[in-house]
Design a protein around this ligand. Sequence first.
Ligand code: HEC
Length: 214
Amino acid sequence: MNNDHHNQHPKQVTEETNRPLSPWLVGAFMLALIWGGLYLGFNSGGFRQDVYESNAVNWVGGGATAAAPVDPKVVGKRLYTQNCVVCHQPNGMGVAGQFPPLAGSEWVLTEGNHAENHLVMLVLNGLQGTFEVKGQQYNNAMVPWKQLSDEQIADILTYIRSDWGNNTPAISPEFVTQIRKTDAAQSDSWTQEQLLAVPPVKPNVTSGATPAMK
Ligand code: HEC
């Protein structure tokens, strides 16, 4: 008799907890899950770090976390629009008599005695005095851009060397790092004469020893 009484209690508890959930509640829960999944899928940018942090560009072969790399030209174009476009213009043609063109410029395309180190140096430290581009004289000044990171400068230069008919190889962040080191002693903006007196440094001649600069 006593045993019967004791067995009834656990049975009641089981019946309570096994009551099925309201189908509405289950449905609402499923909808919330699906909506959440779709929302993340459309808005997460594939969970790539560079979507959230513009500086974190994944370079090809750089870093174990790299997903598909962001094209440096795309980042470079955005940085160009933010920093350079007011003077050098969206079409890279500059403004006659005031701001020299980048399209077809021997300084950008590094033709003749104009080398990649000169291009990096003039962007890092700025320019002053008379300056010749495509046979035209300019006598203006450009502020230094050394506050930009090596990656940012590399991206901008890679971009301006590839648009408006320009078609010259990319500049790597490593090359900018290298030139920034050898360039650190320069405190003034460059003049054209000073720049061209510095021996040319080509990016592909840099494995190991860097040519001495005087
Ligand atoms: C406020 C105007 C101004 C801005 C902004 C500016 N520049 Fe310049 N830039 C000049 C001037 C002026 C010269 C020529 C210097 C002189 O006359 O002494 C020049 C020269 C140059 C040259 C060498 C000559 C040529 O035309 O190829 C390059 C390359 C260059 N700038 C790149 C850049 C880049 C890259 C940026 C953005 C990070 C930039 N500039 C932003 C005014 C500007």
